[in-house]
Design a protein around this ligand. Structure first.
Ligand SMILES: Cc1cc2nc3c(=O)[nH]c(=O)nc-3n(C[C@H](O)[C@H](O)[C@H](O)COP(=O)(O)OP(=O)(O)OC[C@H]3O[C@@H](n4cnc5c(N)ncnc54)[C@H](O)[C@@H]3O)c2cc1C
Length: 399
């Protein structure tokens, strides 16, 4: 990438992009076919392992990072996400999940718990999962039903609840589960986050979902029936769950901005190539005004998504967090993921029949994969609420 396209990035960021692209072309690209056509979790896991061994899962944690970047951070994790999603979005989802799991461990776990679980996730040996969503609580996380109760006698936390749409359900080694520790607390004050290692008695996986896209990912339900974990497995203090969740969502949204961008760029490239080579009515397809206009529309949307995504990442790296990051992160996620859907749709249309077959490239896969992006990590509607809440500070949104 060169020129003004990535002008928010500096030279070091660009070198990093070149390095990571070469790495992913070596490690991910040869496995992308197996991930998609065989729904192969083993192929996904092999790449997670090599990503961890190369140190790329430590980018967000300066004290653990051992590479050459002087200031590793969210910008680089977002570049990684963009480059991976351009090759295979299903695989990329494991990067976001690994970081969302590692982040609360790094920031809120006791040194012993951190030592026990974080290192393995960062070096790619272990896979993490995050459990927020439940049958009656999706966007509305205030409706979580999972209960986390402290047992004074055994000095353990006892967890009961059902989570759904959990990425890496059943294949993860460690789960960060959100639930209610104080049902009487004011809104947002009674939630907590707890670490549950795989294999804990009472942990089960009743269902694995079949999605229209994202093949290779394992997403399912996680049921907890009298699951017991030691006292030190609670992250931070009881009642800090909402704070942990919000800080996780903020950086996750920049990373999702990167995912959307990767998918959008891959779709754009397919459309661009086709428009310049396919002939119709005596001319190249791209010369036709309607196609010309669609290419322009895809192009400006991608640039807008890129600017917003890397603005959010750079703000985070400059120390902007919490409420101040909420709007830029929501904008990055909203614009980038909607751009991915737009570009994947237009790429299919520009390709015509070739766009909806598996025989002529990846357009149909991108179209199926992209559709999850405006839903995961907070929907487009929720992003709009976050943006307008910041713009209309005297009003309460009617959610
Ligand atoms: C592939 C995949 C992977 C996922 N991975 C994870 C994971 O690892 N961990 C996890 O915890 N969750 C995960 N999720 C869950 C995801 O975060 C939720 O699907 C998402 O937050 C939306 O919740 P919901 O599906 O229950 O939809 P709902 O909240 O029921 O919303 C349905 C629709 O209504 C809209 N809506 C809701 N409220 C309002 C309102 N007030 N005004 C206007 N519109 C509204 C929403 O935007 C949406 O379009 C995953 C989901 C998918 C599809």
């Amino acid at each position: 990438m060169s020129g003004i396209q990535d002008f928010i990035l500096d030279d070091e960021d660009r070198w990093f992009r070149a390095e990571v692209r070469a790495f992913l072309m070596r490690e991910l690209e040869p496995r992308a076919f197996a991930i998609e056509s065989d729904d192969s979790w083993d192929a996904v896991k092999a790449v997670v392992r090599s990503l961890g061994e190369a140190g790329y899962l430590a980018l967000m944690f300066q004290d653990l990072y051992r590479g050459w970047l002087r200031n590793p951070g969210l910008t680089h994790a977002t570049i990684l996400s963009e480059e991976a999603a351009a090759i295979n979005y299903a695989f990329e989802t494991t990067i976001g999940t690994a970081l969302s799991c590692a982040y609360p461990l790094h920031r809120y776990a006791t040194p012993e718990i951190r030592e026990r679980y974080l290192g393995e996730i960062i070096n790619g040996k272990a896979v993490g999962a995050i459990g927020v969503t439940e049958p009656t609580a999706g966007s509305d996380t205030s409706r979580l039903q999972t209960r986390i109760v402290y047992d004074e006698t055994s000095q353990e936390w006892v967890i009961n609840g059902l989570k759904r749409y959990i990425s890496n359900a059943s294949v993860a080694d460690v789960y960060i589960m959100y639930g209610v520790t104080d049902p009487d607390a004011a809104a947002g004050k009674g939630l907590s986050a707890v670490v549950v290692p795989a294999g804990t008695p009472g942990l089960s996986f009743p269902r694995r979902y079949t999605f229209m896209g994202r093949r290779g990912c394992v997403v399912g339900e996680v049921e907890m029936t009298n699951v017991r974990v030691p006292r030190d497995h609670l992250l931070g203090e009881p009642g800090q769950g909402t704070r942990i969740m919000v800080s996780m969502f903020n950086f996750e949204r920049a990373i999702l901005g990167g995912s959307g961008l990767g998918v959008a760029r891959a779709a754009f490239k397919i459309a661009q190539d086709h428009a310049q080579t396919r002939e119709a009515f005596g001319q190249k397809l791209g010369s036709k005004q309607l196609i010309w206009s669609t290419i322009a529309e895809m192009s400006w949307r991608i640039d807008a998504a890129e600017l917003l995504t890397y603005r959010a990442a750079k703000l985070y790296d400059a120390g902007i967090t919490g409420k101040d990051l909420a709007k830029p992160a929501a904008m990055a996620k909203l614009v980038s993921t909607e751009t991915a859907v737009y570009c994947a749709d237009k790429a299919v249309q520009i390709l015509g029949g070739d766009g909806i077959t598996k025989e002529y490239g990846r357009a149909e896969q991108l179209y199926r994969d992209a559709r999850a992006l405006p839903i995961v990590g907070g929907t487009s509607e929720m992003a709009r609420y976050l943006i307008a809440s910041s713009d209309l500070p005297t009003l309460k949104p009617n959610l």
